[in-house]
Design a protein around this ligand. Structure first.
Ligand code: CO
Length: 208
């Protein structure tokens, strides 16, 4: 790829934005007030804003391998804290995707070096849901299901944080689990019953 093309694209993009609204960048420079925090996979196909039809200023984004919410990852925890407590987003979304390389790697028995501790968190999801996953004979279906269950468990990990518990109590913050289907482009809402999970989780993880 010739990177000159990227700067050409940028020029065109600026022109396009200014033709719709001459004050576009002036307003963008004033600050941000996003309503959503999107936690997605680093995969190049899962383009957060673009797949939701949203633009600059509308979504606070964090992406890592396999959209993980790990309690000792200072990066994701700082993003959640900042987005929820300071930007006061109303929705936190964990968005996984089918054909996720991170999830696939966690299903295989291989030494992945530095990725081992990261992928272990996905193996933990497998262990928690071992009975359901082992009952699925089709490998493709099992892989898709692990993608979904991983999203669900990362939502649970969010619910375990004091930040999310407080924001739910004080202003009704919501957590959502979605999957992006790379085969069709569809965004699927897993309809995770956030309030039910919150009640279950609070029994043990009550922090606020
Ligand atoms: Co992925």
């Amino acid at each position: 790829m010739n990177l000159d093309k990227v700067f050409e694209n940028n020029k065109q993009w600026i022109e396009e934005k200014l033709s719709n609204d001459p004050n576009y960048f002036e307003n963008l420079g004033k600050g941000q007030n996003p309503e959503l925090l999107f936690i997605g996979c680093s995969d190049s196909r899962v383009t957060s804003e673009e797949l939701m039809g949203l633009g600059p200023g509308e979504v606070f984004v964090h992406r890592n391998i396999a959209n993980m919410v790990i309690s000792i990852d200072l990066n994701v925890m700082s993003v959640v804290n900042y987005a929820v407590e300071y930007l006061k987003v109303n929705h936190v979304i964990v968005c996984g995707h089918y054909e996720c390389g991170g999830v696939k790697a966690a299903m295989q028995s291989a030494d992945m070096g530095i990725l081992n501790p990261w992928l272990r968190n996905i193996r933990d999801v497998y262990r928690i849901h071992k009975n359901e996953l082992n009952s699925i004979t089709d490998e493709g279906e099992k892989y898709d299901r692990l993608v979904e269950l991983n999203v669900k468990e990362q939502c649970v990990n969010l619910i375990k944080t004091a930040t999310v518990q407080k924001a739910f109590r004080d202003r009704g913050l919501k957590v959502h689990g979605w999957v992006f289907d790379v085969h069709t482009g569809k965004l699927i809402d897993l309809k995770i019953d956030f309030v039910k999970y919150l009640k279950d989780i609070m029994e043990i993880y009550h922090l606020d």
